[in-house]
Design a protein around this ligand. Sequence first.
Ligand code: NAD
Length: 307
Amino acid sequence: MKIGFVGLGNMGAPMARNLLKAGHTLQLFDVSAPAVQALADAGALPAVSPKAAATAVECVITMLPAAAHVRSVLTGDDGVLAGIAQGVAIVDSSTIDPASVTAFAALAQRQGNAFVDAPVSGGTGGAAAGTLTFMVGGSTDAYEHVKPVLSAMGRNIVHCGNTGSGQIAKICNNLVLGITMAGVAEGMALGEALGIDPKVLASIMNASTGRCWSSDTYNPFPGVIDTAPSSRGYTGGFGTDLMLKDLGLATDAARLARQPVFLGALAQQLYQAMSTNGAGKLDFSAVIRLYRRDPDAARSTESEIED
Ligand code: NAD
């Protein structure tokens, strides 16, 4: 297929690479010229705008930070809706609120395009390995139409229901993820403070009832899992500001549904504190830094006591 792809960040770039590997032709755009160039070097066709990326393709995929970016990419003068042919499906894999999905779907529908929400889970590792889970919201026809394309980037392609239901699944999953990461960080930091080897503690957790993705795949303690962002200075993973955004989506949706989210609201404040302190671009597993003692601070306290 000839596919238009917009948004080549931590997730979009490896996803686009997997589409290329599967033999699709890609026409792509990102506001970051180096991001486009890297994919062009791998054989994709660079486009000068979202409109150009969406022109004369059979499917358009967007992978952008938040709803405001999706809106501008879709509806701008040089946007996707200005370039796309009638009948071509738009798949948005960004994590955004279900209400925005409904609005974008109505705009697309008005000019004869299906809009499918297909947010993902699996992180940057899953994006690179082509093992993402896609949570798809849309009609059965639209789901069947886009499934072969999504299969080149993911292992589980799940039809969650009508338009917007993919985002509902995603938001609820990330509410749990934000909480479990904070929980694992708390346990690992306590273990360190009490004097157990972090690798031993993680291996016990991962063979016990504390086991979860945050402990066994993405452990926040540096050096426990070589491939996790914690082992490379919390870079190149799922940014704290994006987790903060997702917890905002979850708590907003909960407020509208008059549903309590006690732990989600607390986790939101932890990631907010990180972001406020300048760690918004770091991987969200850096939340463990809120718990770990600063060795320099400990030394200065000891020397002050000695004085
Ligand atoms: P990112 O910030 O790394 O990438 C976003 C890309 O969009 C960047 O390359 C940026 O230049 C581009 N962009 C921004 N505005 C644009 C515009 N107007 N036109 C064209 N390009 C534009 O984000 P990411 O980590 O790739 O995440 C993308 C989405 O996927 C987010 O909604 C995030 O919540 C979700 N997500 C991320 C992960 C993860 O582990 N990183 C996992 C699951 C879901």
